[in-house]
Design a protein around this ligand. Sequence first.
Ligand SMILES: [Zn+2]
Length: 101
Amino acid sequence: MQDAVTLKEFQQRIDATYGVRDRARGIDGTFRWLVEEVGELARALREGDGGRLEEEFGDVLAWTVSLASLCGVDATRAAARYAAGCPKCDSAPCVCRGESG
Ligand SMILES: [Zn+2]
């Protein structure tokens, strides 16, 4: 297993692996799979199953970049939204009040 992969490489790898199937399934169906995977992550969190967390996070990341590819969104550019910290207050840590904790 490769231990260091950039987000760009990850999105390309997932597209090479599942892109044909994802494009056949379409955006709506792929979005439903992402939601299903988020549900599995929720279950692992609720059950305190630490052993499954890494796997479930991996699946959520994979489906997230899959869906981004289907929508023509470059995940690296999307992540760059947070390059300077919070995109709303441009600070790290965020100093917005009453939002996202
Ligand atoms: Zn903020």
